[in-house]
Write a protein that binds this ligand. Structure first.
Ligand code: ADP
Ligand code: ZN
Ligand code: ZN
Length: 691
């Protein structure tokens, strides 16, 4: 690749993608003067207004200048330019998600690049070069013999590696069926062919575990430092830059990361794996709201390399693609080692004798079941997707509730540090001793979160070692690892947690999993809520009985008031396919995704009226018979930090139709916004996940 062509001529015009503020209306790359010809993909610093920004020389022709152009301020010439394929991906993603290329590039490049001078970056690159292997070579790894279904899946992936990819591969495998082993073998084949491999996981928490597994397998094959790197937002800025550079230079052969890693510069990319492809965390929720899963599919298609989307509960979008033949489905139907999936027991809350305590999460039969496991020395997991002690404090005298003064939400009672905390805006106060409204001393928590569940379990089962894992218990660095280790080491009898513990972890000792209060999502206004609940419960169930040794069956206990609900009936049979069939039929008749395509226009203002006025006018800007714009509605949590949030849904039968509409609409919205000064923020979310 030619890096830098030095031109002795009088100077040239270069197009540079910079992160111009949205209100400036400068959406495409801007023209600058340069003393020398710069290869597309070169990183530069370029002046904009009074600032100097990181920019990328963008491929394409620029028109002859009509005004005098400002000059590029500096060139990062020690760094090889970003490749044409990388720039293509950015162009596509920026266009598809309705952002400027400069903004997107600035959001996805390592933040430190913005701060370093070309000299400082050159120093970093030299430092990288000095990292060479020392110490003895690692031992050859032990690779298990593949089960027949695994071998079949690996064969399909390697066939694509050799022939140039045809279709995205949906690896549909029940929990514990050995999907990771398939990724490892596929990666091995790609690495052996001299290609780079990108593996995406949904949660930062899962990266250390996965990194350990990949490092163990590939330490002998890839002995050089930085041959295996991770990319996620929990790295220090210096680490993130280092790992990004290693990938960009082709030194890193295997990159593991969260959604932002889909944008890594990988000149030899030969295989992409998206683990737990259904997971909502692949969708970025602010700025450029991209889906890393969808971009992975695009990128693989663009490069003609295989992409493997793995899940026990695929997204209905991916499932529908497999049904229609656009994706190729690879199925792993059996658990490795013959471990049975846990028996699912739908515990009917209506069967309990009516009493004031009947809504309690810890029903007597559940406690008895936990006790039995405890007596047998087995581990259990109790799952509740709500952290804190109780979602609200309540005064029985005057009906005061602990609402947040800044949000349309309650503040959650956290008992350990005696605070009332808003999970939306972060507003925190000490718990009042008495009702702030009437002075009554008898204010009580209503409902329960994991903190209270932990306390009640410890009370009800004296002697049991109860551990809670959620976002609160794992705030400090290293805490999560230590807590997970305690579970693996058998120092815990009952693990209480949010969805943080249901994802991915290979717990070997857990034989009983209980979901104590999952019904809420059945009646949500979000049409994707059942899909998420089903995936969550299947995944939670997947934590039990991963080790086939030991006697007795493992069990998943689901407490519900709606045991006949189709979702639970499918769950009880571990029947994802039936669930998907039912849901897709509903989606089809309601013409919801994947049978239609959506975008959401969000607006935020100090008053709901101001936000609505903007949306109402936006709806009238453009008419298209095949695009339907719904009336504006408040966000599910309408007010956060004293800002009112409204949104408006745009729907089209064809993706291309929606895209064409947005291409015209968004520039018009930019202009419209200038007349709506009261609107603080607005954004278009293409393929929104939460509605
Ligand atoms: P999944 O990702 O589908 O939930 P994993 O890849 O974590 O499943 O596999 C479950 C367990 O089975 C892991 O402990 C893994 O090491 C083991 N395993 C996977 N494939 C094989 C195999 N072919 N032979 C023996 N053990 C295997
Ligand atoms: Zn009161
Ligand atoms: Zn708040």
């Amino acid at each position: 690749m030619e890096r830098l062509v030095v031109d002795p001529g009088p100077g040239v015009v270069v197009r540079v993608a910079v992160d111009a503020p949205q209100h400036s209306g400068l959406t495409g790359p801007l023209d600058y003067a340069s003393e020398q010809v710069l290869a597309p993909g070169s990183l530069v610093r370029a002046p904009l207004g009074k600032r100097e920004l990181l920019g990328i020389v963008w491929p394409g022709e620029s028109a002859p200048p009509e005004v005098e152009l400002r000059a590029v301020a500096a060139v990062f010439d020690a760094l090889p330019p970003l490749g044409a394929a990388w720039c293509r991906m950015l162009d596509f993603a920026a266009g598809y998600y309705q952002r400027s290329v400069g903004e997107l590039a600035s959001a996805v490049l390592p933040p430190q690049l913005r701060e370093l001078s070309p000299e400082q970056l050159a120093a970093r690159l030299r430092k990288l070069e000095r990292k060479v292997a020392k110490g003895p070579a690692a031992a050859e790894p032990v690779r298990p013999e593949l089960a027949p279904e695994q071998a079949g899946a690996v064969a399909r992936i390697t066939a694509q590696l050799e022939a140039g990819a045809a279709k995205p591969l949906l690896l549909f495998g029940v929990t514990g069926s050995g999907k990771t082993e398939v990724y490892l073998r596929a990666a091995e084949a790609a690495l052996a062919a001299g290609r780079q491999v990108l593996v995406l996981v949904p949660e930062i928490n899962l990266t250390p575990q996965l990194e350990a597994r990949f490092t163990e397998r590939f330490a002998a094959l890839l002995p050089e430092p930085l041959a295996i790197v991770s990319l996620h937002s929990a790295l220090t800025p210096a680490q993130r830059l280092q790992n990004w550079l290693a990938a960009h230079l082709g030194r890193a052969r295997l990159v593991l990361g969260t959604r932002l890693a889909v944008f890594a510069s990988l000149p030899d990319l030969g295989l992409i794996v998206v683990d737990e492809e259904h997971d909502p965390s692949y969708k970025q929720q602010d700025g450029a709201r991209y889906s890393a899963r969808d971009l992975a599919v695009w990128r693989a298609h663009d490069l003609k390399v295989p992409v493997v989307l793995g899940s026990a509960t695929p997204s209905l979008e991916s499932w529908q693609h497999a049904e229609s033949g656009r994706y190729e489905r690879l199925t792993l139907a059996t658990r490795i080692g013959g471990g049975a999936l846990p028996r699912v027991r739908l515990f009917d809350m209506k069967s309990l004798p009516p009493s004031p305590g009947v809504t309690t999460a810890l029903t007597a039969p559940l406690l008895a079941a936990l006790k039995e496991r405890l007596d047998r020395g087995e581990q259990s997991l109790v799952f509740l997707n709500r952290r804190g002690y109780a979602p609200v404090l309540h005064c029985g005298e005057c009906q005061w509730k602990s609402d947040c003064p800044h949000c349309s939400a309650w503040r959650v009672f956290h008992k350990r540090d005696r605070t009332l905390r808003c999970h939306h805006c972060g507003f925190t106060e000490r718990v009042p001793r008495a009702c702030p409204n009437c002075g009554n001393h008898d204010i009580a928590p209503i409902g329960r979160g994991t903190e209270r569940l932990e306390e009640q379990l410890a009370e009800a089962l004296p002697g049991a070692r109860v551990l809670r894992i959620d976002a609160d218990s794992t705030r400090r660095k290293g805490e999560l690892e230590a807590q997970l280790q305690a579970v693996h080491d058998g120092e815990v009898d009952i693990l209480v947690g949010t969805q943080m513990v249901t994802k991915g972890h290979d717990f070997r000792r857990i034989r009983f999993v209980a979901a104590v209060n999952p019904d809420g999502a059945l009646f949500s206004s979000d049409f994707r809520a059942p899909e998420r609940l089903f995936a969550l419960l299947m995944q939670a169930a997947g934590r039990a009985g991963r080790d086939a040794s030991g006697d007795g069956v493992s069990e998943m206990w689901v407490q519900t008031w709606h045991r006949d609900h189709a979702l639970y009936q499918a769950l009880a049979r571990h029947d994802y396919e039936r669930f998907a069939r039912d849901q897709l039929a509903e989606r089809r008749s309601a013409s919801l995704p994947p049978f239609s395509h959506l975008a959401l226009l969000r607006a935020e203002a100090r008053t709901a009226e101001a936000a609505k006025a903007f949306l109402d006018e936006a709806a009238g800007l453009l008419q298209d018979e095949q695009v339907f714009v719904y009336p504006p509605v408040p966000h599910a949590v309408a007010r956060v930090a004293d800002v009112e949030r409204m949104q408006m849904l745009v729907e089209a039968g064809q993706r291309s139709r929606l895209q064409a509409f947005l291409r015209e609409w968004v520039p018009a919205l930019l202009a419209l916004k200038r007349q709506h000064k009261a609107v603080l923020r607005w954004a278009v979310d293409v393929d929104p996940l939460a509605i």
